[in-house]
Design a binder for this molecule. Structure first.
Ligand code: C2E
Ligand code: CA
Ligand code: CA
Length: 537
């Protein structure tokens, strides 16, 4: 892109994009230049036709620092360029002089820290001013630290802070006071005292979140992170600062389950309903365990060399009579809160093993993978009950794989390793699940008796990410191969990721590109296709 090269090569400070009558081309140009303009602390003025005035927000999100809507005279244009130039000059100056407010507590970003923010909010509430908190979360930070190092992650946080600053300092209602802080890790928050009400705070939250839309330029890397926000409002005497921050955190968790850029509002009714539902679920779980409301689905794993389906992973679901089909996570959390996790685990294993043992025809040779938690492994009867399940159903241990996550083994590595070693002697395969989602190194995990590693879904994305990400993932795969481990790429959704997984040397893939988790009928239908081959071959 010639314009980008020119901008980077010349020490230009202001970019003007004339998008009048060329809305999409103009926005595309703004998008292409946005990161570079920001990295060089420049300004970008976008000219829009009156008919396209509604594209203002899109232009700002793409990186414009100001927008001028036609018709306008030469004077307005010149003063808009001058303003843009001044804006760029201010940015350059701000970068040269570290503008740390005296009150700030976060050494890295110069923003308020948690203590400071709590005191600030309590102060305003005590003075009978309503306060709103917008909690902002940036996804993928742990992974970025792992891929690029702590130093880059820290500089990214500083860049985030710098980008949020102007939005937080943007146009405010009369008498409104705002404070931007970093509470921990990648959790930023804006507190607003004497705010302009619900709608105004949602608008501000959306503006803050859109600051994450463009990638961040750190050195020569462009880093994409997704932002989300949770909003909570309080009157004096309602809740204290800590309560308000917790409500905003709950709202952020709600946004976390939605698409990137989502903004969620804390609502006492909805969150109350959530708690009520939780109570319902807890009382219904006992019933589910005896009534067979628990369904086990099977997701195929296909070989990358010949496309054949070699095995399946058992994934649990809860068919609740009122709430419908609930996720594995909901079921497992409910069981954990009732201390029924071990009982549930046994139930699922027995069900899955019995099902696999009864498979005939095209399913007869399939291997079965079962998820095992730390609690399962710590259960003194784990090995025995598993042996009983296998014997009762008549399933050879050679057809069974146990998937353990590193969290499950890291706490009590020696004990877990001993249990797994015992099972391997009987012919059971051991797979390390979600590999790469945590912080452990392969070297550390090589101590474990493991046959297979399952690369976390984030790596399927890494396989088609930046050059650096690709390098990290391929290095990991070749190390695993040298250690004699079989490598499964998980969460592979499309053909591009599939091709990348194959090129990087993975042995097997599991993901929507092969099939979603299926019931037994669906599995049989899939495996009955000629040659049991899928689109993978
Ligand atoms: P997991 O072991 O990493 O399982 C893979 C998860 O990724 C499954 O979610 C699966 O449905 C989902 N998935 C598969 N292919 C794709 C894809 O292409 N794209 C995306 N985005 N997702 C894909 P699920 O079934 O909701 O299970 C979530 C987690 O719950 C599992 O993660 C596992 O840790 C746990 N879990 C599920 N079933 C059981 C079980 O029977 N016992 C135990 N202990 N844990 C289970
Ligand atoms: Ca798994
Ligand atoms: Ca996994």
């Amino acid at each position: 892109m010639a314009a980008l090269d020119r901008f980077v090569a010349e020490p230009a400070r202001v970019v003007v994009i004339d998008a009048r009558g060329a809305r999409s081309a103009g926005l595309a140009a703004a998008q292409a230049l946005g990161a570079a303009v920001e990295a060089q602390r420049g300004a970008m003025l976008v000219l829009l036709s009156r008919a396209d005035a509604d594209a203002t927000a899109a232009a700002m999100a793409a990186g414009a620092t100001s927008v001028l809507v036609s018709p306008f005279g030469a004077d307005s244009f010149v003063s808009a360029v001058q303003l843009a130039n001044r804006h760029a000059a201010r940015l350059a100056q701000a970068a040269a002089t570290p503008a740390l407010p005296v009150l700030a507590g976060d050494a890295l970003t110069g923003l308020a820290d948690l203590d400071h923010m709590v005191a600030w909010i309590d102060g305003h509430l005590a003075a009978a001013r309503p306060v709103a908190v917008i909690m902002l979360g940036a996804a993928r930070m742990a992974q970025i630290a792992m891929l690029h190092g702590r130093d880059v992650a820290d500089r990214l946080l500083v860049a985030v802070a710098r980008r949020l600053g102007p939005v937080a300092d943007g146009p405010a209602g009369r008498g409104e006071a705002r404070l931007l802080g970093r509470l921990s890790g990648a959790d930023f928050a804006v507190a607003v005292a004497s705010h302009g009400g619900d709608a105004a705070m949602m608008t501000l939250a959306r503006a803050l979140v859109s600051a994450f839309q463009r990638p961040f330029a750190i050195d020569d890397r462009l880093i994409h992170i997704a932002g989300r926000a949770g909003v909570a409002l309080a009157e004096a005497g309602d809740v204290g600062a800590t309560g308000l921050l917790r409500e905003a955190q709950l709202a952020l968790a709600k946004a976390g389950a939605r698409e990137p850029g989502a903004v969620a509002r804390f609502s006492a009714e909805a969150e109350g309903a959530l708690l009520r539902r939780q109570a319902d679920l807890e009382s219904d779980l006992y019933r589910a365990l005896s009534d067979g409301d628990i369904a086990v689905l099977f997701q195929p794993q296909a070989r990358l060399d010949n496309g054949r389906i070699e095995g399946v992973e058992a994934l649990v679901r809860w068919d609740h009579p009122v709430y419908g089909r609930l996720s594995a996570a909901t079921l497992l959390e409910t069981a954990a809160s009732l201390e029924l996790a071990v009982v549930l685990g046994r139930h699922i294993r027995a069900r899955a093993i019995a099902a696999a043992a009864a498979w005939r025809g095209p399913l007869a040779q399939l291997k079965l993978s079962i998820n095992v938690t730390a609690q399962d492994l710590a259960d003194a009867e784990f090995v025995d009950t598993l042996a009983v399940d296998l014997a009762k159903a008549g399933l050879s241990p050679r057809r069974l794989t146990l998937e353990v996550t590193e969290d499950a083994v890291i706490d009590d590595m020696d004990c877990a390793a001993a249990t797994l070693a015992l099972l391997r002697q009987d012919g059971v395969t051991v797979a390390l699940d979600d590999f790469g989602a945590g912080y452990s190194s392969l070297a550390r995990l090589a101590r474990l008796p493991v046959d297979v590693i399952k690369l976390d879904r984030s790596f399927a994305l890494g396989l088609v990410g930046s050059e650096r990400e690709k390098l990290v993932v391929s290095a990991m795969i070749s190390t695993a191969r040298r250690l004699g481990l079989s490598v499964v790429a998980e969460g592979v959704e499309d053909d591009i990721q599939l091709a990348a997984a194959r090129a990087a040397g993975c042995h097997l893939v599991q993901g929507f590109c092969v099939a979603p988790p299926l019931d037994e009928a669906g599995l049989l239908a899939l495996c009955s296709q000629p040659g049991t081959t899928t689109s993978v071959a």
